[in-house]
Design a binder for this molecule. Sequence first.
Ligand code: SPV
Ligand code: MG
Length: 341
Amino acid sequence: MRKTTQLKKLLQSEQLEFLMEAHNGLSARIVEEAGFKAIWASGLSISAALGVRDNNELSWTQVLEVVEFMSDATEIPILLDGDTGYGNFNNVRRLVRKLEQRRVAGVCIEDKLFPKSNSFSGEEQPLADIEEFSNKIKAAKDTQQDPDFCVVARVEAFIAGRRLGEALKRAEAYYRAGADAILIHSKLSTADQILTFMKEWDNSCPVVIVPTKYYATPTDVFAEAGVSTIIWANHLLRASLAAMQQMARRIHEEQSLLRVEKEIAPIEEVFRLQGEAELKAAERKYLPVRAVLEPTANGANGKLASGTEAMATDQTVAQKAVYVARSRNLSFKKLPRRAGQ
Ligand code: SPV
Ligand code: MG
């Protein structure tokens, strides 16, 4: 099933669904292996992982490059946190075209102004004009080639200190403009704003939430309220921060790897997550073989002609080398050709 279709089905499913944050190819693969059905490519996490602020300090093509690595590394769909769309309707159109080319399943855009700030930082969060933002949504929907590409409209009314009426008015306008789902955001430590929104929302399209600040509310409460999808927005980044800070301090203090080696992932796990096994299999399939002669058990020299090993430039030469080695009772092994040979 196409990634776009997977994401659309997830947003429209009857049961509560979950997206987990990732910020690069490696974390995206970890999310997929953990069993999640989809990935949230978080603007906060991607920018933080690159050491910059979540204030559009990354250019949109830099974000695109990161999300391309994530998309290549996984088969589950990715919903990109596209901030405000990096400009006006025209920038959104170009973004959607580029995301589709990279097999990114959807984009979420928020009704703030470029350059945006993270929703949890500071009080000043100016909102976009409703009509202008609705047209951005419309432009995105008109641009997509794949009918299942998803555009999620994020309502920041509560973040900007506005009331329920404003949140509902915006959500309805964005739905009418073609949004596949509404993301309603809140920075309160309780879920009050979200639950009152859900009571009034007429369920015309699915609702997505990000319970980073109201994390103490049990997940069942959201399911009962009719929420479609929960985004765990930054938890892999924050877990890795804690692990890296602790490990850097330990190794700095201990000036030795002796005690820490057992506590961290083995190098082989890094290779596995990078997909080393696939490359090995591909080498067996695509690289010409060479026969290497080795001394036999009785001490005979494995030299074939003047060299120490019979290099094969193609299969036929390799087979000849193996044949000669066998006829002289020499042991041999076949190795894949190394780069430059
Ligand atoms: C992100 O993950 O970048 C988000 C969610 O936009 S939040 O940080 O809660 O604004
Ligand atoms: Mg963001």
